[in-house]
Write a protein that binds this ligand. Sequence first.
Ligand code: M6R
Length: 615
Amino acid sequence: MCGIVGYIGHREAYPVIIKGLKRLEYRGYDSAGVVLYDGTDLKLSKTKGKVSDLEARAEKEISLNGSIGIGHTRWATHGVPNDVNSHPHVSNSGNLVIVHNGIIENYEPLKKELIKRGYVFHSDTDTEVLVNLIEEVKKQDNLKLGKAVQVALNQVVGAYAIAVFDKERPNEIVAARLGSPLAIGVGKDEFFVASDASPFIEYTSNAIYLEDEEMAIIRLHKPLKIRKIKDDTLVDPYIQELQMNLEQIEKGGYDHFMLKEIYEQPSVIKDTYRGRLHANEGLIKMAGIEDNLQKFLNADRILIIACGTSWHAGLVAEYIFEEFARIPVEVEYASEFRYRNPIVRPTDVVIAISQSGETADTLAAIKLAKEQGAFVFGVCNVVGSSISRETHAGAYTHAGPEIGVASTKAFTTQITVLTLIALRLAQAKGTMNNSDFHRYLQELELIPEKVAEALETNLVAQTIAAVYKDAPNALYLGRGYNFPVALEGALKLKEISYIHAEGYPAAEMKHGPIALIDESMPVFIIAPQQEHYDKIVSNIQEIKSRSGKIIAVVTKGDTQVKALADHVIEIPATSDALSPLLTTIPLQLLSYHIAVMRECNVDQPRNLAKSVTVE
Ligand code: M6R
């Protein structure tokens, strides 16, 4: 979703902001803008399109000097993506400028009121209403900027992360958040404001993450002040030392972040289980689980809430938890859960899964579950994210920054964490015998090597991609543990290549999708040698007899499916429950190559955002 970058200090603000906006491109956006104060006036440039379009335009139309400025990438909510609706927005006096991420739900009555008072609006955005509301409040009560922002925000309903400054006081930026992330980079005689730390990591590793309902008054050469928006209480700024480094957020020689992230999986899966999985000792140690073991053991059921790929990881976990730990599991889309008056009991354990830790629906579902007395455990990647702070306890996936909009390493590391939890619960409950428990620990330890082997299918995947790159539709089928992988495979294809794809449990094919099969339909079947292998072979025969094109992911050495399929991709053998960690790899590679061959924007697919901070 929208990205914010602000700078105040001793450097030229423009290059910091532009570079920072580029780092935030992964969030998804449709327009971009920047405003600087050059000592005499505001210099504003904004455009529909990419940050590179903004650069081209800004370099022609404004002077690029100034050591205070704010920039923005906009993902349209109110008002179509166009130059006028792009941020920053300027108040009617021409003094205040704002960038905003989120939605002001009550912008219409506020706008009407401001119009009555003589304000004129140029855009369709809720943001322009907010900046003029701040101006009005400031003028009416002769307030300083910080106070005016606070009073205005107390009139607003909705979600926001904002950065505002006043050209009449160009030594100050005011930032605030409610429901959308905002970090402040604290350097020597300089400050950065950004939607995440990536825009400022090369300048400082000291960061403050604003909490919901907090605002920061950032003044040069003065102590930074954080206040609660509602009651004005002063909060002690908590400065964290970031662990992230620049290399982690760059492409490292790969053409796309997605490919880099696909290839990182062997190492990040290892990072995920490092210090937690002790195969030789037959132990799993996860602080978040040990500290809350009784809650899990006493749970009547586990409710998993998530969106998108994280929801697919949750579905894999459903199979694993029920099989290993014999605890009933339900998996819910967070967006449905939060609005359907769900029954949540204090004896439920809720697991919220989110790569970004900022997904608005998941966050809202967590709050709802907590209100109803459930214990909520988070599985997040981004350290310090809203979801990791909102949950009672949790486990990080340690996948490192995922920049490509299409989740890849997030999926496999989420499954790794969830498998560790399920195994630990199975051990504690005695629902798995000792030898199986040890076998799983050893197999899990070998997964990174096997993922590396699965990555060797890249060339085969590329060759198959060339054959099917122009297909208008595709079907993905899998059974058991690999049904969610079929859903995930279809999601990967549709989101980055814009080919319509559907995932189905293979046995459900006969209840509808089989009608779609003809000689032009590629059917991607996940068919490793596992339980019900013979059933999936029958499904393949059914497809073959209707002339569908079969691309099968099989276990190395398979002969039966090989004899039937048009193409096979071989992956190493592992146990059924761990197979999604391997079967998903060739599907990621296939989608990637198809998207590249179709000349799609792999890392920033149209209309999509990396972290969906609005509902
Ligand atoms: O950050 P989250 O895991 O909460 O994000 C959830 C979905 O928005 C995300 O998985 C989305 O579906 C990806 N584009 C999938 O590749």
